[in-house]
Structures are given as structure tokens and as C-alpha cells.
Design a protein around this ligand. Structure first.
Ligand code: FES
Length: 86
């Protein structure tokens, strides 16, 4: 099992390894829009565990998000713990 932790609220959510980070929409109230890497509404700041997420894809690179940010609709948690600032 992998775990997503909010550095803001302390909330922890366990998910299966390989789960889409789209789960943060429901569990951490991150607003989603297009769900296709185009609108940027689902950006999350990653405090720890960036290495536990899948690599940035072309849509994330094209959006020019910061080094410590991800589009949660475009990445998955491979394993371990990812801490986000929601
Ligand atoms: S919901 Fe639009 S970029 Fe993720």
C-alpha cells in the first residue's frame, strides 16, 4: 500500500500501489477541471516523495509547472509515501 499525506491538514489516505493521484480530488478537495492535463486546476505541491510518483509527462512539462509541483490528473503513486501541500 502507498500513502498520501497532507502536510496542511495531516490527513492520511492509503491507496493501492500504482493508484492514480486523481484520488486527491475527492480525499483532499483539490478542484479538478479537464482531467486531461490542460487546465492546471489540479496542481499539487509535493513536499516529500516526488520520487514515489510516476515521471512527469509531456503535458506536465508543457504546462511549465514548478519542480515541486504535479498535475494530479496526470500522475500516479508508485509506492511509499507522498506528502502534499493541499
Ligand atoms: S484537471 Fe485539468 S490539468 Fe488536471
Amino acid at each position: 500500500m502507498a500513502k498520501i499525506i497532507s502536510e496542511t491538514s495531516g490527513k492520511e489516505v492509503e491507496v493501492e500501489d500504482g493508484s492514480s493521484m486523481k484520488i486527491v480530488e475527492e480525499e483532499f478537495n483539490i478542484p479538478f477541471g479537464c482531467e486531461d492535463g490542460l487546465c492546471g486546476s489540479c496542481i499539487i505541491e509535493v513536499g516529500e516523495g516526488m520520487e514515489n510518483l510516476t515521471d512527469k509527462n509531456d503535458k506536465e512539462r508543457d504546462m511549465g509547472i514548478a519542480e515541486n509541483e504535479r498535475l494530479s490528473c496526470q500522475c500516479s503513486i508508485k509506492q511509499g509515501v507522498v506528502k502534499i501541500k493541499d
